[in-house]
Ligand binder design. Structure first.
Ligand SMILES: [Zn+2]
Length: 371
């Protein structure tokens, strides 16, 4: 299949008269200019690589932690919005519950296209910065607890969020690094120095930067400037609610260090109403999800296509940089850069077609159109 007359967004720039040749599920050739053979005309639309979401809890009315079937349905919802690789985020819960959910994810990695593994958002987090994580189930990390979760996941655990100031926090980072799992700093009350020490120890990601952590003050800079100084990638929930666009622009220092994530919950794509996240009641109003008990933000109703669009229209990123943040950088962090995350020969034919206003038109996953 040959796809022509597209504005193809690559990591190195936009091919204004771009074309993409596909064979089965794979991109085999990418170029710019006229092609003297019959082809599918993209009508000058944008084509970006499929999105890789490192942080998402559900969508389309399905909470990933409700059942294995809900997990599959939630992944399908986000695929319809352009997310062709998904890390399944699990909120804080008792270890038994997490172990069961991890076994669903481990199965899904084998059976569902595009499931890249699990992200544990807890239980090793700070009570003071728990946000919508259920404080009743937060615990200090121990090697035995982490081993139990890693075993339950059968190799599917790819990211664990940790508050490094908790007793056992630094040792947990060591354990994760040794296991080849990304230790992400988040839901933390750590200051600048403690966060920097966590990065020096091997933590290599920031969970939803600015949210669930100390704010940035000129005398108490907190975790975000530590990440900027250490060159550590940071997740951004780019819904215009969690982080002001002016603050989001602070995250752009360095290249390829921002990761667009949704942190989406089951309400995403459904509408306002009452929902449950990690056993706590959530009220969604005007698209904002908040705990009924205290008004704390409880995930989002964001989809990756909107996150990318806002990165361009509100934050002011170029389409190339926004695409790298939505696909290239998260693919690299997951060790999948040789499979996905860019439009380049040899990679999966995961493509998202966007109109002039960056509105979603169509999604292709591994060579097949969805919907
Ligand atoms: Zn989350």
């Amino acid at each position: 299949m040959l796809f022509t007359n597209a504005r193809v967004v690559t990591p190195h720039g936009v091919l204004e008269s771009g074309w993409i040749r596909l064979e089965g599920p794979t991109i085999v050739e990418v170029g710019d200019g006229p092609v003297p053979e019959p082809a599918t005309d993209a009508g000058g639309r944008w084509v970006v690589p499929g999105f890789v979401d490192l942080h998402v809890h559900g969508g389309g009315g399905h909470d990933f932690t409700a059942s294995a079937d809900d997990l599959a349905a939630g992944v399908a919802f986000h695929a319809s919005r352009g997310t062709t690789r998904t890390l399944i985020s699990l909120v804080t819960a008792p270890l038994d519950a997490l172990a069961e959910q991890l076994s669903w994810v481990a199965d899904a990695v084998k059976t569902l296209p595009g499931v890249a593994g699990a992200h544990l958002e807890g239980p090793f987090l700070a009570s003071a910065r728990c946000g919508a994580q259920n404080p009743a189930h937060l615990i200090d990390p121990t090697p035995a607890a982490m081993d139990r979760l890693l075993e339950a996941g059968r190799g599917c655990v790819r990211v664990v969020t940790v508050a490094p100031e908790r007793p056992g926090g630094p040792a947990l980072i060591d354990q994760l690094v040794a296991a080849g799992v990304i230790a992400a700093v988040g839901h933390t009350d750590a200051d600048y120095a403690t966060t920097l020490a966590a990065f020096e120890r091997g933590a290599s990601l920031v969970t939803h930067a600015f949210n669930g952590m100390r704010g940035t003050h000129h005398r108490e800079p907190g975790p975000v400037p530590a990440a900027l100084d250490a060159g550590v990638p940071r997740e951004l929930i780019n819904d215009g609610v969690h982080v002001h666009p002016a603050a989001a622009r602070l995250l752009l220092r360095g290249s390829g260090q921002v990761v667009l994530v949704t942190d989406a919950i089951d309400a995403t794509g459904v509408g306002d109403g009452r929902y449950v996240l990690g056993g706590q009641e959530v009220v969604v109003s005007d698209g904002q999800a908040r705990l009924a008990s205290n008004g704390s933000l409880a995930g989002s109703t964001l989809t990756m296509d909107a996150a990318l669009r806002r990165a361009v229209t509100d934050v002011g990123m170029s389409i190339v940089d926004a695409s790298i943040a939505a696909s290239g950088t998260p693919a690299r962090l997951l060790g999948l850069a040789d499979r996905c995350g860019a439009i380049a020969p040899g990679l999966d034919a995961d493509l998202v077609v966007l109109d002039d206003d960056l509105g979603l038109v169509r999604v292709m996953r591994q060579g097949s159109w969805l919907g």
